[in-house]
Design a protein around this ligand. Structure first.
Ligand SMILES: Nc1ncnc2c1ncn2[C@@H]1O[C@H](COP(=O)(O)OP(=O)(O)OP(=O)(O)O)[C@@H](O)[C@H]1O
Length: 212
């Protein structure tokens, strides 16, 4: 589903990705690990079409995410490590998700409720004024409700309380083996029950890639 061929990304003299080749397929639940600065975020941003490769290529369902961003982003549900400072109200944000990605609003409400977030009582609040955990729960719910082929979760539980974490992972069990799921995380213990492949990065390279 995602093919990465000899991908190198440089920022001035900084090599952030150094000749990375990977094939990521449906049914794989992958954890990408590595020290700070290993290149994980650069890899994810490249998959999301935010960076033009210095060398090499990425194909998502045979499309180039940089050149064909709209179509490739439609295939992806992404939850970032730090929620962006969105100035829309919660209500406007979920309407935007409906219009832009055909997300079912009832599903967003249902998924938030499962993570103990009563969306109804926050509809008029500006997104960036929600608590960190509320933002994360809402973004997770929108990403899952989109029902994409690919999930990318960058430290998605960083702001969640223990119950929120537990509910998040139990929601994902429904999608096990039906999707490609990519987790960027430093905490393998948290996802060990769900992941079946572990990729380790260091200094912009893939240093190990194993089925687990
Ligand atoms: N936009 C940018 N401009 C310049 N250098 C960058 C940029 N983005 C990343 N880098 C550099 O690329 C290297 C890899 O960074 P990256 O953010 O991909 O690491 P990471 O593995 O996600 O780290 P962390 O675990 O700290 O989030 C770092 O040396 C970083 O300084």
């Amino acid at each position: 589903m995602i093919k990465i061929n000899n991908l190198t990304k440089k920022f001035a003299n900084q090599i952030s990705l150094d000749n990375v080749s990977l094939e990521l397929n449906k049914g794989e639940n992958i954890i990408i690990m590595g020290q700070n600065g290993a290149g994980k975020t650069t890899l994810i941003r490249s998959i999301l079409g935010q960076y033009l490769p210095t060398k090499g290529e990425i194909l998502i369902a045979n499309k180039d995410p940089f050149k064909d961003r709209v179509n490739t982003l439609n295939l992806i549900g992404f939850v970032p490590q730090l929620p962006p400072p969105i100035r829309l109200t919660v209500e406007e944000l979920i309407l935007y998700a409906k219009v832009s990605s055909n997300v079912n609003i009832d599903d967003i409400f249902r998924l938030c409720k499962k993570m103990d977030l009563d969306l109804q009582s926050h509809l008029k609040k500006v997104f960036f004024k929600l608590s960190g955990g509320m933002k994360q729960k809402l973004l997770i719910s929108i990403a899952i409700a989109k029902n994409p082929d690919i999930f990318i979760f960058d430290e998605p539980t960083a702001n969640l309380d223990p119950k929120g974490r537990e509910m998040f992972y139990s929601l994902l069990e429904e999608y096990n083996e039906k999707k490609l799921m990519i987790f960027v995380s430093h905490r393998i213990d948290e996802v060990s029950h769900i992941v079946n492949r572990k990729i380790q990065m260091d200094l912009g390279k893939v240093i190990s890639d194993e089925k687990i």
